[in-house]
Design a protein around this ligand. Structure first.
Ligand code: NAD
Ligand code: SF4
Length: 434
């Protein structure tokens, strides 16, 4: 049983968001900005890695892999170049935390990058930003420029003898380039497609050199961990899921947005903070971490939103993108929409995903139009079975999650489509809107 988190706390990651021109160096420094870097440079790189390991910080990109452990995989004193790559290609449906983080507090990320690069002995770091978000790209460029001018970047950072350069790179807008090895291919100038792992990037990553790839939120968390210590960080969250994090609430809630809270908070608590499900309606289903994490329902309102709690409920914490849907939503139409996204974004490298997602869309469209039958549900599950665990990367597996989970909780609604000859939620023929 996962323990309950400590109470909601003073914002940490979002502490500068209310400041005037929060993105500027001046505003960031007024709220402890770059003090973590000073603290890190007073330690050895190995000590920084040990501190991050001890803090229990886990990757905030979705998988929750321990950050310090990942850094510890980088071979030390091997005389070869190492790279740090920040995955800022946020694109999982519903996921919208890294963009506000970079817009409101780009220096938090820049400071984290310098500390992480120092720890893994990398002198070049890349921030790979989703190409569509030009405003984020520009903001990062401006912050990096400010950091160079202030002596935080470039040769001999703050007189420490350490060199760190940051390259901000804009992708071209492909969901698959958020997969870490496809991102590396894209960064190297190739078409972004996943590579076989192992070897993991920590052993052979960018240009075949040892490379740490971390999510924006993970790296943005590093400065406060270094500044305040491992015990401070572990005092928040739960035993195995330490610290605070950003939960993104969207959909049918009164006040959608980013909510910073300790890991292990529940959706019920987050709904209290965000004004609840929109007035006059009730929760039907939700995603704990974007659309590739299995759906949960109102019976899961008190599930602790940490890696263990959500896992025990049969889903995954993922990106903590909580998409909330009320009783007016047709789950089949919603799942179809997500599946169309995955089919569109499938990179085509492996057959189960390339062909499978196409056929998932065809089957769901037929069912949604009310033209299906019982055997179509069995075929749908069979298709999922042939994709899950047989795909080259997580995209294929993720595409099956909303389908299998919605069938688990809302099979009757699928059946209602073919027994009533159309969508029961269609405003024209609807019983829901009657
Ligand atoms: P993963 O569990 O395979 O790997 C997680 C990280 O740990 C990677 O950096 C990997 O290199 C490292 N790692 C794992 N095992 C290792 C080992 N033995 N040695 C060295 N390093 C090791 O997960 P993944 O496939 O990288 O990512 C899947 C997650 O991505 C999903 O949980 C999903 O929630 C998330 N996701 C996020 C977005 C987004 O927009 N942020 C989009 C799609 C998916
Ligand atoms: Fe490409 Fe899909 Fe295969 Fe991943 S699972 S390699 S996205 S075709």
């Amino acid at each position: 049983m996962t323990e309950q988190p400590t109470a909601p706390l003073t914002p940490v990651l979002s502490r500068t968001w209310d400041s005037d021109r929060s993105w500027s160096l001046e505003a960031y420094k007024a709220k402890d900005g770059y003090r973590g870097l000073h603290a890190a440079l007073a330690m050895s790189p190995d000590e920084v890695i040990a501190l991050v390991k001890d803090s229990g910080l886990r990757g905030r990109g979705g998988a929750g892999f321990p950050t310090g452990m990942k850094w510890g995989f980088i071979p030390q004193n091997d005389g070869k170049p190492h790279y740090l790559v920040v995955n800022a290609d946020e694109s999982e449906p519903g996921t919208c935390k890294d963009i506000p983080l970079m817009m409101a507090a780009p220096h938090q990320l820049v400071e984290g990058v310098i500390i992480a690069a120092y720890a893994i002995r990398a002198s070049t770091a890349f921030i790979y930003v989703r190409g569509e978000v030009v405003h984020v790209y520009r903001r990062l460029l401006a912050a990096v420029r400010e950091a160079y001018d202030a002596g935080y970047l470039g040769r001999n950072v703050l007189g420490s003898g350490v060199d760190v350069d940051i390259v901000v790179h804009a992708g071209a807008g492909a969901y698959i380039c958020g997969e870490e090895t496809a991102l590396l291919d894209s960064l190297e100038g190739y078409r972004g497609q996943p590579r076989l792992r192992p070897p993991f990037p920590a052993i052979a990553g960018l240009y075949s050199a040892p490379t740490v790839i971390n999510n924006v939120e993970s790296i943005s968390t590093v400065p406060v961990v270094v500044l305040n210590g491992a015990d401070w960080f572990k005092s928040m969250g739960t035993e195995k899921s330490a610290g605070m994090t950003l939960y993104s609430l969207s959909g049918h809630v009164e006040r959608p947005g980013q909510y910073e809270a300790p890991l292990g908070v529940t959706l019920r608590q987050l709904l209290e903070m965000s004004g609840g499900v929109r007035a006059g309606h009730e929760l039907k289903f939700w995603t704990p971490g974007g659309s590739s994490t299995p759906l949960l329902t109102a019976e899961h309102l008190d599930v602790p939103l940490d890696y263990e709690g959500v896992g025990a409920a049969g889903s995954m914490l993922g990106t903590k993108a909580l998409q909330v849907f009320d009783e007016t939503t047709c789950v089949l139409r919603c799942v179809l929409r997500w599946t169309e996204f995955y089919a569109h974004e499938s990179c085509g490298k492996c057959t189960p995903c390339r062909e499978g997602t196409y056929w998932l869309v065809q089957s769901l469209r037929k069912l949604e139009a009310g033209e299906g039958a019982e055997e179509d549900l069995a075929r749908l599950l069979d298709l999922c079975d042939n994709i899950l665990g047989r795909s080259f990367c997580a995209l294929g597996d993720g595409a099956t999650s909303p389908i299998t989970s919605s069938l688990k909780y809302f099979r009757d609604e699928y059946v209602a489509h073919f027994t009533s000859g159309g969508c029961p939620f269609d405003p024209v023929a609807s019983t829901v809107f009657a």
